[in-house]
Write a protein that binds this ligand. Structure first.
Ligand SMILES: Cc1cc2nc3c(=O)[nH]c(=O)nc-3n(C[C@H](O)[C@H](O)[C@H](O)COP(=O)(O)OP(=O)(O)OC[C@H]3O[C@@H](n4cnc5c(N)ncnc54)[C@H](O)[C@@H]3O)c2cc1C
Length: 468
């Protein structure tokens, strides 16, 4: 017997959960299929939430970057530290999973646990945990099956000392040193977590800077902060390091020929979409050359009535944007007059220690667009709140149009960067100028106040240019 719904969502991560809730809120009959026993997707089980929990917990439990300020730090054995980290990650996971569950229940969504696949008639077959199959049909289907760590074939992930971002959560024993390969968001975040947890970390990227999607200066400021915190950052070399094993243990050979023998290797090589076994070909859903589901601006795939959102359609691959994609997709699918587009000015937040965040244009992007721009900077080493808290790494960097003083981009390196960036985002969204920061009175002492001094710095540069 086929069970009929208005919408069938495959995957209960941020994209699937929010899409399902939005359609249900507007009166649609919705089924949400999830293969895992838990709801919430990678975001809750192995990605954003648990990594941020480990980051907070490791910093707190070891007094990382604050030991120097207070001259004291909690005194835990490495074994106890691991135990505390695991316990805390589990607590947050359970609370967040429950929260997603409650949201599903509150909206009257039918949750079906099992592995979903599509057939030629666009029906969804769900293989239930007991081996039986349940057949669902929906006016609309949304694929939100997410992604997993990409495993380049030459990297021996089967080696117990080589980890990806999912396997990290299985660590039970402390270790002393680690090589992190890949200086993108995930590499920088995990390098920070392990450094905070007390490991000696070497972070390697084959290019000449970390976080290549960000402003160049930000990459250098972050690398300096990492080095000041005791991390070894090795950049350049052109090719990815080789990883294998010899008699001394796991071995990393750098582009320069240097050989390292760390206790563990963390390898980050991007993400692959979860498209296997879904019957996409049968259903007429096309993939691009990188294995990602092709969608248009309304999140429609190449098959009638089938939509896709979240990591499975590729970058930016963030929980924040995945949720919005899910909501926008259902609005189009059911002609709900609510959301018509995902915010084109979404910020990026990297939860390294210190954090990095940006919104709008980088210096390089502004230059490529031929914009006549100026920058203003303010360093947290001179900000009173940062001095009080001992979080003086980093800066606020504003990019603005020279003639109009219109704000174009904001780049922040600081412990609270992912929060601070939203002020800049609002100013850009409302077409504001850097005068907004100059004319506003902010609480003092605050980190926000750094915006004001970055704006003053920018003004000063404009004036010194004129007086030349
Ligand atoms: C280490 C790490 C840290 C991150 N940190 C952040 C962050 O700080 N902020 C941020 O915004 N983003 C962050 N991200 C990205 C974020 O986690 C993802 O963008 C987000 O989880 C994608 O949501 P999604 O709904 O597309 O997929 P997912 O969260 O991956 O969920 C997909 C769900 O689909 C289910 N599924 C798959 N196939 C099937 C099937 N055939 N049948 C039924 N169910 C199926 C899966 O079990 C899963 O539950 C991070 C990612 C990683 C890896």
């Amino acid at each position: 017997m086929t069970h009929r719904f208005d919408l069938i969502v495959i995957g209960s991560g941020p994209a699937g959960e929010k899409a399902a809730a939005q359609a249900a809120y507007y009166g649609k009959k919705v089924a949400l299929v999830e293969k895992s026993p838990f709801v919430g997707g990678a975001a809750v089980s192995s990605a954003g939430i648990p990594t941020k929990t480990l980051r907070e917990a490791a910093s707190y439990l070891t007094g990382f970057r604050r030991r120097e300020v207070y001259g004291v730090a909690p005194d835990l054995t490495p074994v106890d530290l691991i135990e505390h980290l695991r316990t805390r990650a589990l607590q947050v996971f359970e609370t967040m999973t429950e929260e997603v569950h409650r949201n599903i229940e509150r909206h009257g969504i039918e949750l079906v646990h099992g592995f979903a696949s599509l057939d030629e008639q666009r029906r969804v077959e769900v293989r239930l945990p007991d081996g039986t199959v349940r057949e669902l049909s929906g006016r609309v289907i949304l694929i939100a099956t997410g992604s997993r760590p990409r495993h380049p074939p030459e990297i021996p992930f089967e080696d117990e000392d080589v980890m990806d971002s999912q396997e990290v959560f299985d660590i039970r024993e402390p270790f002393g040193d680690l090589v992190v390969i890949g200086g993108s968001t995930i590499g920088c975040e995990f390098a920070s977590i392990f450094a905070a947890a007390g490991a000696s970390v070497t972070l390697i990227d084959r290019s000449d800077r970390l976080l290549k999607v960000l402003d160049k200066e930000v990459s250098h400021v972050l690398a300096d902060a990492f080095r000041n915190a005791g991390m070894k950052v090795v950049l350049g070399g052109g090719r990815r390091p080789l990883v294998d094993r010899d008699e001394a243990g796991v071995r990393v050979t750098l582009g320069s020929g240097e050989v390292l023998h760390p206790e563990k290797v963390f390898y980050s090589a991007g993400r692959s979409g979860n498209t296997e076994g879904l019957g996409l070909e049968k259903a007429g859903v096309a993939l691009d050359g990188k294995g990602r589901i092709v969608v248009d601006q309304r999140f429609r795939t190449t098959a009638e009535g089938i939509y896709a959102a979240g990591d499975v359609i590729g970058p930016p691959s963030l929980a924040s944007t995945s949720m919005e994609q899910g909501r926008v997709a259902t609005c189009y699918a059911f002609d709900i007059p609510f959301k018509r587009a995902v915010d084109p000015l979404a910020p990026i937040g990297v939860y390294s220690i210190p954090e990095v965040a940006m919104v709008g244009l980088s210096e390089q992007a502004a230059r490529e667009l031929g914009i006549d721009f100026e920058v203003g900077r303010s360093w947290f080493s001179r900000n009173s709140r940062a001095l009080i808290g001992g979080t003086t790494d980093g800066f606020v960097k504003l990019i603005f149009e020279r003639g109009s003083r219109r704000l174009l981009g904001v780049h922040i390196v600081n412990e609270a960067a992912s929060e601070l960036v939203h002020l800049g985002q609002s100013v850009i969204q409302f077409d504001g100028t850097i005068d907004h920061f100059i004319d506003s009175t902010y609480n003092v002492p605050t980190l926000t106040d750094a915006y004001k001094y970055a704006a003053y710095d920018g003004l000063g540069r404009l004036h010194s240019d004129r007086s030349r």
